[in-house]
Ligand binder design. Structure first.
Ligand code: DGL
Length: 274
C-alpha cells in the first residue's frame, strides 16, 4: 500500500444540483476528503442534448476543472452523462472515474409484482446501456420507462427554495397511474430525483424508490480506502469547493444552501469550445 497524499481530492460532477444527492451520500461516508462539486449549469439540462454534444462537453468541463485542481478520483454523478461519456473520459484522464447508472439490478431483486419503473431523463431511457442493463438483469420483469425533461427542473427549483406543484407532478406521472399494473419498485434514474422523492412517494404510496447514491458512496470508499488513510480528522468545511460553468441568480440562491452540504467556497469555471 502506498500513501500518496493525506487527503485525496474527489470531484463530483453533474449538469446541475442533482449530483448533490450523490455527493451527500459520499460525504456522509467519507467526510475527511477534499471535495470539489462541479456543475455545468451553462448547458443544463443534459437530458435533451445529443450524445455527441454531451461527450464533448463533459470532457471539456472535466478538462477545465483539472487545469486548476489536481483530482484523485472523479464521480460523474449524472446518469445522462455516465451512460454515454465514461469510455471517452476514462481514455482521457488517468484518475479513476466512477459513473452512476440506474439501479435496475437491485430493483429487479426487490420487486414483488415483477413490475419495475425507470424514471429518468429522455436521453437516459433511450441509451443502449439501459437496454443492455434490462436484458442482463430484468428479463423476468416488466420494465416501464418514463423519460421526462421537467423533473430535473422541478428538483432544481425545489432546492433553490421553490415549492413543488403536486398537480403538475401528478400529470407527469399519469402514464404510470393509468397502467393496469403500477410498478411497485421505482428506480430514480436521474440524480436530481432523490430531491423530489417525498413528493413522488405521495403519488405512488405503495412503491419503493431506489437510487444509486449509497452504492456509489461505497464504491468511492473502497477505491480510496486502498490508497489513503480515511479515518482522520475532517478538513474544515471551507476547504470544499463548488464550481459552476455560469454565474446567475439561481447560483446566487443556491450558494446560500450549499453550506448545509459543507461546500463553502464558490468559483465560476470557464469552459471553452462546445
Ligand atoms: N442529473 C442528471 C442525471 O442524473 C440529469 C439532469 C439533466 O437533464 O441535466 O441524469
Amino acid at each position: 500500500m502506498s500513501i500518496t497524499k493525506q487527503f485525496p481530492s474527489v470531484l463530483v460532477f453533474d449538469s446541475g444540483i442533482g449530483g448533490l444527492s450523490v455527493y451527500n451520500e459520499i460525504y456522509n461516508k467519507i467526510p475527511n476528503v477534499h471535495y470539489i462539486y462541479a456543475f455545468d449549469n451553462e448547458m443544463f439540462p443534459y437530458g435533451d442534448k445529443s450524445s455527441e454534444l454531451l461527450i464533448n462537453r463533459v470532457n471539456s468541463v472535466i478538462e477545465a476543472v483539472t487545469q486548476f485542481y489536481s483530482i484523485d478520483l472523479a464521480v460523474i454523478a449524472c446518469n445522462t452523462a455516465s451512460t454515454i461519456c465514461l469510455p471517452s473520459l476514462r481514455s482521457k484522464f488517468s484518475f479513476p472515474i466512477i459513473g452512476v447508472v440506474p439501479a435496475i439490478k437491485p430493483a429487479s431483486l426487490l420487486t414483488k409484482n415483477k413490475c419495475i419503473g425507470l424514471l429518468a431523463t429522455k436521453a437516459t431511457i433511450k441509451r443502449t446501456y439501459i437496454i443492455d442493463l434490462i436484458r442482463q438483469f430484468a428479463t423476468h420483469c416488466t420494465v416501464q420507462l418514463l423519460g421526462l425533461s421537467e423533473l430535473a427542473l422541478i428538483a432544481e427549483n425545489k432546492l433553490q427554495g421553490g415549492t413543488v406543484d403536486m398537480q403538475q407532478l401528478k400529470e407527469l406521472m399519469q402514464p404510470w397511474l393509468e397502467l393496469q399494473t403500477i410498478p411497485d419498485t421505482i428506480v430514480l434514474g436521474c440524480t436530481h430525483y432523490p430531491f423530489i422523492k417525498k413528493e413522488l412517494q405521495m403519488i405512488f404510496p405503495q412503491a419503493t424508490f431506489i437510487d444509486s447514491g449509497n452504492a456509489i458512496a461505497t464504491r468511492v470508499y473502497n477505491l480510496l480506502n486502498d490508497k489513503y488513510v480515511l479515518n482522520q480528522k475532517p478538513l474544515s468545511a471551507s476547504e470544499n469547493i463548488v464550481l459552476s460553468t455560469n454565474y446567475n441568480q439561481s447560483v446566487e440562491k443556491l450558494i446560500k444552501k450549499l453550506s448545509d452540504y459543507n461546500l463553502n467556497k464558490y468559483h465560476t469555471i470557464k469552459v471553452s469550445d462546445v
